[in-house]
Design a protein around this ligand. Sequence first.
Ligand SMILES: [Zn+2]
Length: 642
Amino acid sequence: MKRRSFLAAAAATVPLWRVRLGALARGAPGGVARSAAGAPALVAQPFDLSRVRLRPGPFLDAMDVNRRFLMGLDPARLLHMFRVTAGLPSTAEPLGGWEAPENELRGHYTGHYLSACALMSTSLGDPEVKARGDLMVAELARCQHALGDNGYLSAFPEEFFDRLRAGRGVWAPFYTLHKIMAGLLDMHTLAGNAQALDVLKGMARWTGGWVQPLGDDAMARVLEREFGGMNEVLYNLAAVTGTDWYRDVAHRFDHERIFGPLAVGRDELKGLHVNTTIPKIIGAARRYELTGEPRYRDVAEYFWREVSTRRAYCTGGTSNGESWNTEPGVLAAELSSETQECCTSYNMLKLTRHVFGWTADAAAADYYERLLWNGVLGTQHPADGDKLYYVPLASGYWKLFGTPLHDFWCCTGTGSESASKFGDSIYFHDDDGVWVNQFIASEVDWAEKGVRLVQDTRFPVAAGTSLVVHAGRPTHFALRVRVPAWTHGGSAALNGRTLDGFAAPGGYFVVDRAWKDGDRLEVALPMALHIHAMPDDPTSQAVTYGPLVLVGKLGTDGITPENLRAEPTKPRMVPEFTYQPPPAPALRVRSDYPATWIQRVSGVDQPLEFRTTGQERDVTLVPFHTLFDERYAVYWKVTRQA
Ligand SMILES: [Zn+2]
């Protein structure tokens, strides 16, 4: 199902700190996950989100914008269709977009909203946001009670599921249910809300009652309709409660038609809807973590490598028109105004977190960085916090944001979550040390060791980071700092003294010692310009500086308030959008080294700005995440001059 053709679109998923690996699992305040027999140990454990605090910088700025966006939404409006469906009085004005009373996905954003409140309140230690989430849970519990005693809870009637069972037209009811269930789980595991777990158990009971009578053929037909991460949330519930029955229900949502080829290393992703697929794979990752069945790790790891390399653009993003339309490595003709749906980036980051936990592979952390900066950070409008749906990668387009209260797309939901959890995956640990994966101003409380690690950085304006150890007494551990694949000639100094043996790019620089309070490790990671050519067209090139994709500023001609904010479907009807965008600006260069035709024009410690040299019309370039409300070019047509 292409959502575009259905109405406009749909998809997303859930966060997942809450539940770790079986044996090592520890929910956030609230739940303790018990281990399933056979659960493998993680190589690298993520820190609970509550242990990481951001410090001033672009990510904290984005969280602040999103906090205002979330708290600006009216709970009564978010609850309206739940109350109407449950026969409870509601005088609230209905929301628009995908939350409108006639939209078949209504209620999905309320699920994302629960997750976002849980994540944001945990990230910031913010009681006001937690209280908002608690209020939503209490009101949803009233709706569930009013709907009867079978556990059902939704903003649309059960009849939608009758249509699903009968193979009659309906958008994606389990997709929507998954968002609500995941939101409740987050409110329980992250925000410590006990009622949320009760409501969720009711929904899981209803789900089990619905799927268990279905034969395999009937269930296989159901699975052809987008269902979000139903398997994942049920595996997570099994881990949190230690109840195997939820695991049995989760198995019904394991999509064997998708898993089969991946398990044997075959890329048969062509033709699949991207954001329908990734959440299923995250479910496979959770199955492996709970049961230790290696096949499901094979599924997830092969999928991750394929999508993060041969199916990724320079930004780390994937998808065009929401699908994979080609064989792997065939991307040059895929650039469009509908590339890289944002919720696919959200879900790939989630999956990457699992892969890193299994492997401690620096390549996974490199990929996470590329997608985080180029596919997530700049997808929220800094003025009002509204979110982006697609990230156009064809030249001449601009970031088309939604209209507040009139979109509530899948990506509005995932974007609300993404910008609530930027403390995620910066740090991992094992018993012996810490991995510093992302260069984001922050601090992490490693309470088990009595160590607080402060990361002091102005990255990427400054090319490197500083790590300061705070410890009550000297403490032995390994500090492992990622040395990104994009750097060259890095170095490190401990308390001002340069250290030997800096690591090669694509690995970790490890300092294993007894750390004393106040010890400071300074790491320089010089950035350079790099070319990212399309795998199937070496003349189609993007330019990066460190991990950052640089985009050419193409001006604001023809951009009006009307076409700056709109439904992605609407532009097709607006003359301004139906124009064929100009071909990628042509650049003529004398060398393969971009430093010979692009120069940094901003001063040291100033926001990054570059300019081409020697072209017919020279262009200014800036990091993609900093550009808004202007046309841009990501890929250029580059020809080599004699
Ligand atoms: Zn989306």
